[in-house]
Each structure stands twice: as structure tokens, then as C-alpha cells.
Design a binder for this molecule. Structure first.
Ligand SMILES: Cc1cc2nc3c(=O)[nH]c(=O)nc-3n(C[C@H](O)[C@H](O)[C@H](O)COP(=O)(O)O)c2cc1C
Length: 193
């Protein structure tokens, strides 16, 4: 069975900068024989966590809130060895739909014996001008509290771009993301060979 990798975008723009960065990562994983999946929560409403605690009471590895986007993506996350998330910076933060997904995924995981433990991954972030580092840190916090393993790169995983597609001109940003993808692959291959 091939090892799986998922990339999840928080951008509402199809063919936008976040998608470009995430697909570069997936292309590398695919070339190495991984089964890859690209998902976006940019235009689908992901309801926020309502702190009902049912994931802890039921211990059924799922979230009691019903919305299609969460459940199908969370199932894929549980099946994947690599989980990469990407977000544009919106007013200095990751997009709300992505955070709603991650809040719920993290809470269900932690309430059920840390389902995300030792999965490999990390965030990639794109913005026109500023707020990359806050958003990068915001997303790294999610990985760290969920007992996941985040490799480094030659810089933080950020890139510059405003209009859809502009990110390809950020040479250093692209190099950083490519190295990050290589490191994810290197690590996942060691863990799953
Ligand atoms: C609501 C909104 C808020 C934004 N806030 C910021 C910001 O705080 N800093 C910044 O540099 N760019 C900001 N941007 C620009 C986007 O981060 C930038 O266009 C990015 O490339 C979009 O990525 P995408 O093509 O993947 O959607 C904002 C864009 C929108 C629509």
C-alpha cells in the first residue's frame, strides 16, 4: 500500500499562490511514490469547534458537528503520513476556515489518544507584504501541540505574492518550500520504509 500525503489549503482562490506552493510539495511526494491528495477549505464553510466535548465523551474518533468538509478531510488526515497545510495571510492570521478545521481535528485527536501523533508535516504561508511569521508560528503551534514532527528548511516556509500566481517569482520562497518538501519526504521515507 502506498504511503499517503495530504495538502490542505485555506485559500479561497483556485490556482492561487497557496495552491501553487502546496502542489509543488505534493508533486515531489507523488514522484517518490506517495499517494497524494489536495484539499481546500477556502470556499467551503467549516463550522467552528463549539466545545461540546462530545469527542472526549464518545471516544469515537470523530467530531459531533456534521459538515461534509470536516469529516472527509479529517478521515484523509488520519490515513496520511504527511500533512501539509497552507494559508494566505489574512490580516496577520491564517484563514478562519482552515483554523476551524485544525481546531476540530486537533481536539478530536487529543480526546482520542492523540490520533495525529508523529505524523510528519508543517505549514506554508503566503502574503503580499507582512504577517507571514505570525501566521507561520500560529500554524506551527498546531503541529507542536498535536505531537507531530515538523522538519526545517533553509528559511521559514513563507513566500511573497499578491495576485494569483505571483508567488512563482519569489525565488527564495520557492526554494524554501521545495527544500521543506524534500525534508518532509526524507523524514517520511525513513519512518515508513
Ligand atoms: C481579506 C484579506 C486579507 C489580507 N491580509 C493580508 C495581510 O495581512 N498581509 C499581507 O501581506 N497580505 C494580505 N492579504 C493578501 C494575501 O495574503 C495575498 O494576496 C496572497 O497571495 C493570497 O494567497 P492565495 O492566492 O493563495 O489566495 C490579504 C488578502 C485578503 C483577501
Amino acid at each position: 500500500m502506498p504511503v499517503k500525503a495530504i495538502a490542505i489549503s485555506g485559500s479561497p482562490r483556485a490556482e492561487g499562490n497557496t495552491q501553487i506552493l502546496l502542489k509543488r510539495c505534493l508533486d515531489r511526494f507523488k514522484t517518490a511514490g506517495f499517494e497524494t491528495s489536495y484539499r481546500s477549505v477556502g470556499t467551503e464553510l467549516v463550522k467552528p469547534c463549539i466545545a461540546c466535548g462530545k469527542c472526549g465523551q464518545m471516544k469515537n474518533r470523530t467530531c459531533a458537528i456534521r459538515d461534509d468538509a470536516f469529516h472527509s478531510i479529517f478521515d484523509e488526515m488520519l490515513d496520511s503520513a504527511i500533512i501539509v497545510v497552507g494559508s494566505p495571510v489574512y490580516f496577520g492570521s491564517a484563514t478562519p476556515n482552515l483554523m476551524a478545521l485544525l481546531d476540530r481535528a486537533g481536539y478530536v485527536s487529543r480526546a482520542n489518544g492523540n490520533l495525529l501523533s508523529r505524523k510528519v508535516g508543517g505549514p506554508v504561508v503566503v502574503a503580499r507584504r507582512a504577517g507571514h511569521n505570525f501566521t507561520f508560528a500560529q500554524l506551527v503551534y498546531w503541529y507542536m501541540i498535536n505531537d507531530m514532527v515538523v522538519p526545517g528548511s533553509t528559511y521559514w516556509n513563507i513566500a511573497f505574492g499578491r495576485t494569483a500566481g505571483e508567488v512563482v517569482h519569489d525565488e527564495e520562497g520557492i526554494k524554501t518550500i521545495d527544500r521543506f518538501a524534500e525534508n518532509l519526504l526524507w523524514l517520511a521515507q525513513k519512518l515508513h520504509s
